[in-house]
Structures are given as structure tokens and as C-alpha cells.
Design a protein around this ligand. Structure first.
Ligand code: PYL
Length: 264
């Protein structure tokens, strides 16, 4: 997983006011509705969401605090899902305890390996990487209308696995590639496409951490590319040639996490 940096957090903050209208324009849904679609849950009425308390706990362990990461998570939740989100004063285990004592219904927290949402009442948890994969597969599906060709998923880490699961649950055909596949049992090994570079793809999900490796030859003027990967995997020529590129660094993944954590 690529760790976000302060520049990523600044661009997220700048994008927050415009993301709902951008995604509504290309998918017909708000970020919250996209998160529900990705998680496979019905939207909760706003009056119920407003009464949910959600804590964001900063973690100093490992590489430590990343700028105002915990604040940005709380802002994303507040802005797109209308819950009452707050950042704990304490960090790490102390912050986690503070969240419980403050009556948090759901707790978000992240170290260098895992970004977690935990539902205190049901024990339900959501992992950001898997949720992000589902979120970008949902964005690709919604923005494409009817998917009439195979979707190429590049990278079969947790983000790629989340995307693969969402697509196959919907009956959408998937090809995938990862140079070092270490995949879970539900991934069909027959669908690996080692020669993906020799083809042009209408639908791509870039779930890798590789910069600028998807070239203009791999896309067409019809292509829709969902790119949660950081750094961004397309060359500028591939971006210019594609019909649509969908990219955000944190927002849809975080919103999908709360939708998963609120599942019954
Ligand atoms: C969840 C994001 C999405 C992409 N990379 C992931 C990342 O940056 N994870 C690290 C988060 C660390 C947060 C730090 C803090 O400020 O609380 N421990």
C-alpha cells in the first residue's frame, strides 16, 4: 500500500466540495449512494445517519501521523454521509478508548498497513483496501452504463481483490494481471492475462502502485479507467485518449467503509 502524503491530503481537501457533483454527473449517484452500491447495502435515511457518532483515531505507531489524516477522514465522513464525525484528542490505544467512552458507534483508525472501520455494536469491520477496490469497480460499472466487454484488473493485492469480487458478484467478466500473484482462493487463475500490454482495453481498473505504465496503445477513445492506485498508473497520452478517467485518493474508499461497517 502506498501511504498518502501531505500533498495527497491537500488535494483531497480541495476536491471534497466538487466530488459529489463530479460523480453525480458521471454515475447519477452521490458519493454516499456509490458507497452503498459498492457495499451492497440500502442507503440509510439521513435522519438516522445524522445520529451516528463516528470517531477518527490518529495513530502515531510505525511511520506516525500523516499530516491531518484523521481530520481528513472525519471531514470526508461528515461531508458525504452526514454522520457526526469527530477526531479523538488522544492517539493510538488511548484514542481508541476515548472513542468508546465518548459513545462512538463506529471507529476509524489507520496505521501503515491497515485502515480500519469498526462497528462497536455489531463487531462488523471494513478494510480500506478491499473497500476501495469495490468502490472503484462500482464507479466503473455505474459510469459505463452497460459493461459489454471484459474488465481488466491490474494488480491483485487487496484493492484488486475487492474490485474483482464486486465485478464477479455482478456477473461481469474479468481478466486480471499481477506480476507476483499471491491471490486468495476465490480469484480465478485461468483469467490471468500476462499479455495484457499487447491489447487495447475498454474497461480498466488500475489497482497497482506503479506509475505511468498504462500507455496510449492500451486504451481507446471508448475506454473507461478507474484508477484508485497511487501513484497514478496512466501516461498523460493514455489519459488524453481515454473517454473517462475516474480517480480519487481516499474519499470513495472511506465512504464505502462506513457503508460496509453499518451493514446489519
Ligand atoms: C488509507 C490510505 C489510502 C492510501 N493509503 C493509505 C494510507 O495512507 N495509510 C496510512 C495511514 C496512516 C495514518 C496515520 C495517522 O495520521 O493516523 N497513522
Amino acid at each position: 500500500m502506498t501511504l498518502l502524503n501531505e500533498s495527497n491530503l491537500r488535494s483531497i481537501t480541495v476536491r471534497i466540495p466538487i466530488l459529489n457533483s463530479r460523480y453525480q454527473r458521471i454515475t447519477g449517484k452521490t458519493v454516499y449512494e456509490i458507497g452503498c452500491h459498492a457495499a451492497g447495502v440500502e442507503p440509510m435515511p439521513m435522519s438516522e445517519r445524522r445520529s451516528l457518532k463516528v470517531a477518527s483515531v490518529p495513530v502515531t505507531a510505525g511511520g506516525g501521523l500523516i499530516g491531518n489524516f484523521a481530520e481528513v477522514v472525519a471531514i470526508i465522513l461528515q461531508r458525504f454521509t452526514d454522520v457526526e464525525a469527530f477526531v479523538t484528542q488522544g492517539t493510538d490505544v488511548t484514542g481508541f478508548q476515548e472513542a468508546i467512552l465518548a459513545g462512538a458507534d463506529i471507529i476509524f483508525t489507520a496505521d501503515d498497513v491497515t485502515c480500519l472501520a469498526y462497528n462497536v455494536h455489531t463487531g462488523k469491520q471494513s478494510d480500506n483496501s478491499l473497500a476501495t477496490g469495490r468502490a472503484f469497480a462500482a464507479l466503473l460499472e455505474l459510469a459505463s452504463g452497460m459493461i459489454d466487454d471484459e474488465v481488466l484488473v491490474l494488480g491483485m493485492g487487496k484493492v484488486g481483490i475487492g474490485a474483482y469480487r464486486f465485478l464477479t458478484e455482478k456477473g461481469i467478466p474479468v481478466k486480471w494481471y499481477d506480476p507476483k500473484p499471491n491471490i486468495s482462493n476465490d480469484i480465478d487463475r485461468e483469467m490471468i492475462e500476462p499479455r495484457w500490454k499487447d491489447a487495447c482495453w475498454k474497461y480498466i481498473i488500475d489497482a497497482t502502485y506503479t506509475p505511468c505504465f498504462i500507455d496510449a496503445e492500451n486504451v481507446s477513445a471508448d475506454s473507461v479507467v478507474a484508477a484508485p492506485g497511487i501513484p497514478f498508473g496512466l501516461t498523460s497520452e493514455a489519459v488524453d485518449k481515454s473517454r473517462l478517467i475516474i480517480h480519487d485518493e481516499l474519499e470513495t474508499g472511506i465512504v464505502t467503509m462506513i457503508c460496509e461497517a453499518m451493514q446489519a
